[in-house]
Write a protein that binds this ligand. Sequence first.
Ligand SMILES: Cc1cc2nc3c(=O)[nH]c(=O)nc-3n(C[C@H](O)[C@H](O)[C@H](O)COP(=O)(O)OP(=O)(O)OC[C@H]3O[C@@H](n4cnc5c(N)ncnc54)[C@H](O)[C@@H]3O)c2cc1C
Length: 409
Amino acid sequence: MEPFDLAVVGGGAAGFMTAITAAENGVKRIIILEGTSKLMEKVRISGGGRCNVTNATWIPNELIENYPRGGIQLLESFNRFAAGDVYDWFEKKGLKLKIEEDLRVFPVSNSSSDVIDCLKKSALSKNVEILTKFFVKEISKTDNIFNIFSLKKAKVASKNIILSTGGNPSGYKLAQNFGHNIVKPVPSLFTFSTKEPNLDECRGVSIKGVDIEIELNNKNFQNRGDLLITHWGFSGPAVLKLSSIAARELYSQKYKFNLIIKWSALSYEELKEKVKYLRLNKGKVNLINSRPIPLLTKRLWIFLLNKIGIDKEKKWADLLADEREKMINILKKDKYIISGKGPFGEEFVTSGGIKINEVDFKSMESLICPGLFFSGEVLDVDGITGGFNFQHCWTSGWIAGMAVSKLKH
Ligand SMILES: Cc1cc2nc3c(=O)[nH]c(=O)nc-3n(C[C@H](O)[C@H](O)[C@H](O)COP(=O)(O)OP(=O)(O)OC[C@H]3O[C@@H](n4cnc5c(N)ncnc54)[C@H](O)[C@@H]3O)c2cc1C
């Protein structure tokens, strides 16, 4: 049987984008080899079932700031195919999109199945062949042809091959066999667990715009954003972003570190004035009934008072000097001992993968093995939450697909 022009290993977002782009630009014989029985399973579960397709950050220079790893290399790629191009690409294929207040882009239908249907239809309409339950175990190359073997020893031959295997270890192994090096994969985008007594009384409390900081022995990481208290610790956009920024360092510390929360952005002096005002003007009011910072919910305020050992029923006028000091200190710098990642292994993305200096970002082709391409999460590129990880899949997939279409077939 004549070899395929392109074999895509992995039927996820990146693999589909590569196959569709190559097919739409003249590549005739394309096959997608998916190891499981399901295509684009991660697209299905993404964004809570809604699929956050991309982010309406249109300017490439701004877009790259959302990638703790790989951002600089992505600039050139985004100059060719960025978030606006993705938006148009899907809309031209009939998938209506919407931009939410925080710039995240979703299908108007709020259903990830519509994204899957759109990609599947586009591939099939261009005669892309799709083989599921074909888990690629081994690839060899002879006379410029790749021979691809499944776990069950079935064989597919192709002139070009793209690894779009996401964070699956098999993809790294296949690339290593061609001489590629792997940046150790570690989880990114996870929540923080703490054994802090009584914190679960605040579960469900969500606070807008808080400064949080990770304190490690020799390095600190900071971020400002919305924070959610859960029954195991901390979550929300601020935490997820910080987990991404510090993913590699937190891994090396075995996820044991101090988290500092600054409940108030006011200075020490400004907080002192606030407390003084409350003592003078609300002296007869219980602490529980008047909070120095409106942002704090009542449950959180009670928890903080308990944490510093101040009776919530105490009146503002009766607050002692050392209690006032403790109160200001906890509002400025509240410390939690983090004991690990969240309990559900819910990390969203892998940090690490194929070393990016071994890949030509103009084509996504391997600099080590001609005819071998990469797209998506298999590369050592990862973004924060907000649609940036899919954006990287679409961009790298599109560039690879275009590059394969420029080859002689
Ligand atoms: C719960 C969750 C929610 C998320 N939500 C969002 C979101 O809303 N927005 C966003 O931007 N990002 C989101 N992400 C991240 C995003 O899903 C990933 O970045 C993206 O799916 C990566 O796509 P990919 O095609 O590179 O890899 P994958 O989606 O992992 O696809 C790889 C495919 O390759 C197959 N495969 C692997 N090895 C082999 C092999 N040896 N042979 C054959 N097939 C193989 C796998 O079965 C899989 O189907 C979310 C992630 C999770 C876990």
